[in-house]
Design a protein around this ligand. Structure first.
Ligand code: SF4
Length: 645
């Protein structure tokens, strides 16, 4: 121990660096475990004034290369570390070779800043952007020496709290976590730090359960352990899910930051020594999306739209470029071209960077000429980005069903503009297995791609035109209008994808200009199970983890045989199955595992929107038309916030 001041739970732990360092020669990319990234922060374990210090581990349970750039973690890292009474260090999922070495040498899961053991902090906050990281989460806890089940943890163990989009249905993780935070983290992380600090200062009244109950009563976390679920023995559906403590909210609510300009983070993004996925400064230009795509969970749970002002975006970009030395700024959001000031903002930033080595990028899949013009504006610096459009559905009919208000003529007009502006290839995103979909809805993608190629050839006079079709299975998600839908069985998805490949092959020579990138149906069943699962699915996750499942989002690691065996072993004795959770359509009266979590959306509005989708009725973007009362603004006492011109 470095020091042994105060009670044992507060002693400063030794760094595990000597043990970690000894493993590095035998693992891939050892630099990912070393820390010391530009802009990383190392704070003392104790406060100079002797007051309580709240210590966080912020973790993203995936490989360092994809986890480090995560904006959510980087924002909270700065927000916590700027406080004198708190510190935050980071931890990531060790790659399988490192995990083996750690288990062999009994090295505990550690933070990258100081290599302190993660189990000696007050809180482990895990950001979850995909359900396919759940076994990594269990692995990290296990490597930290923590009991997997929250109920079995010891008094001095850290709280395990999850956030991110998956926290909107944390029920499959209910047995493993102490709490979940729904929504934006910037403000609530401060309130949580205050609450934990006060509890420590008061001598930890009630111990660990006392703290969890305090935080849950204040609606800072949803603590699954304080809610009991009863199942209907006949239908096996949830009969009731209610708090056991009358003082905790029956419907914990999502947190929403209303003024993004007030939270201009990250100010100094982390720059790793190792190669990562995105080597650029990312500035989030707005949060939320109101296009109303019925499949899109991200759009639904982040309502309403809150834009950053153009001035705040420019300042954040300048400051982050200075702090990192990166040569590119990405303007990020769910649909970046939809920012109400995007044209003026992009032009003024492109002016500012003209003549420098700094590039500007704006990932956007909007199908219209404006998006192409914008891409051209951004390419002024020399680099011309690829153009990707997302019609999502192959036929006009299915696009009505999913509320993607794009016609085939819109798409052709857009690619005509793109080819006229010098692009020679485009990429189109689609989904397969959407509600009401028939094989023809998918094979029509071949016709669409054929028209794209012919349009390109006509506009350019060249045969050197290419179109890539990227298509993956649709997975219904909680808090969306499709939350009641039956997931399309994998054999049906695969048959439709095969029919699409045949339809493209039937185009003969022209078909060779079309590349299809598709993902098969079977792995999507796992995402379906974990997305809409209830507490009983936790047993499947634990069994899969104990059987060796890790990095399930990585094609080279996902073992569906293992998962299907785990599901059969755990679910069949309960009269349940993988199909029961995935391909089964739900009724309005069924209690869904996430119904008690308030994302602000009115359940009846979602149901009506689901019904409207079946009859092919659309709903407009409420930014530019009238409010249709989805419930969010009323529930949150908020309104759409557009940046001033
Ligand atoms: S409440 Fe109305 S204005 Fe607000 S997000 Fe919903 S539909 Fe749009």
């Amino acid at each position: 121990m470095v020091d042994q001041i105060g009670p044992a739970w507060d002693w400063e732990p030794e760094s595990l660096w000597p043990q970690v360092e000894a493993l590095l020669a035998g693992v891939q990319d050892p630099v990912q475990y070393v820390g010391g990234e530009v802009n990383s922060q190392v704070k003392p374990w104790r406060r100079a004034d002797g007051g309580p210090m709240v210590r966080w581990v912020l973790a993203f349970p995936d490989a360092y290369s994809v986890a480090l750039p995560n904006q959510g973690v980087q924002v909270l890292y700065e927000v916590i570390n700027q406080r004198p009474d708190a510190l935050a260090e980071r931890a990531y999922a060790p790659w399988p070779d490192m995990e083996r070495a750690m288990r062999r040498e009994k090295v505990s899961w550690f933070t990258v800043e100081t290599h302190r053991p993660a189990n000696r902090f007050d809180v482990i906050g895990l950001s979850l952007s995909t359900e396919l990281g759940y076994t990594n989460l269990l692995n990290c806890l296990d490597l930290a020496g923590l009991a997997l089940r929250a109920a079995d943890r010891a008094e001095q163990d850290p709280l395990v709290i999850v956030g991110g989009h998956c926290a909107f249905n944390p029920e499959p993780l209910a047995d493993f976590i102490d709490g979940a935070v729904l929504g934006d983290g910037e403000e609530v992380v401060g309130a949580l730090t205050d609450g934990i600090g006060r509890w420590k200062a008061e001598g930890r009244p009630g111990g660990r359960p006392g703290l969890i109950s305090r935080l849950a009563r204040a609606d800072l976390i949803y603590a699954p352990g304080l809610y009991r679920v009863a199942y209907d023995p006949a239908t096996r559906q949830i009969a009731r899910l209610a708090p056991t403590d009358p003082a905790v909210p029956a419907r914990p609510a999502k947190k929403t930051v209303l003024d993004l300009d007030h939270w201009p983070y990250p100010k100094a993004p982390l720059v790793p020594f190792a190669e990562i996925v995105h080597e650029r400064v990312s500035v989030e230009i707005f949060r939320g999306c109101l296009r109303g795509c019925r499949f899109c969970q991200a759009g639904m749970i982040t309502r309403p739209v809150r834009e950053r002002s153009a001035e705040a975006v420019k300042q954040m970009a300048r400051r982050a470029l200075d702090a990192t030395g990166y040569g590119e700024v990405g303007l990020l959001s769910l649909s970046s071209a939809d920012h109400s000031q995007i044209a003026a903002m992009a032009r003024s930033m492109a002016d500012e960077y003209e003549g420098s080595q700094t590039g500007l990028s704006l990932p956007s899949t909007r199908v219209d000429a404006f998006n192409v013009e914008l891409a051209k504006e951004l390419a002024r610096g020399g680099r011309r980005p690829g153009l990707t459009f997302a019609p999502e559905g192959g036929s006009e009919r299915i696009r009505q069903v999913i509320n993607k208000q794009v016609t085939e003529d819109d798409l052709i007009a857009t690619v005509r503009t793109a080819f006229g502006q010098g692009w020679r290839s485009v990429k189109l995103y689609f989904m397969c297995g959407l509600p009401t979909e028939q094989t023809e809805d998918v094979t029509q993608i071949a016709d669409l791609a054929r028209r794209v190629i012919l349009t390109g050839r006509q506009v350019t006079g060249s045969k050197d035109i290419a179109c890539t079709i990227s298509i993956g299975p649709f997975v219904p998600k909680p808090h969306t209008s499709f939350q009641w839908a039956g997931q399309c069985p994998p054999d049906v998805v695969d048959a439709r994808l095969a029919a699409l490949r045949q339809a493209v092959a039937a185009l003969g020579k022209l078909g060779r200009a079309i590349t299809i990138r598709s993902a098969p149906g079977r792995p999507a069943m796992l995402e379906g199970l974990l997305s809409r699962g209830d507490r009983r699915v936790g047993r499947v996750i634990e069994r899969a983890f104990r059987s060796g499942a890790r990095f399930d989002g990585w094609r080279e690691f996902l073992d569906m045989d293992l998962w299907e065996a785990a599901a059969a072993a755990e679910l069949e004795p309960l009269g349940l199955s993988l199909d029961w959770y995935t391909t089964r359509q739900r009724d309005f009266d069924e209690v869904l595992p996430w119904d008690h979590l308030d994302a602000g959306l009115d359940r009846e509005w979602l149901w009506d929107d689901w019904a409207a989708s079946i009859s092919g009725q659309g709903v407009a973007d409420c930014r530019w038309s009238s409010c249709y009362d989805c419930g969010v603004c009323t529930t949150l006492g908020a309104e759409i916030q557009l940046a001033a011109p």
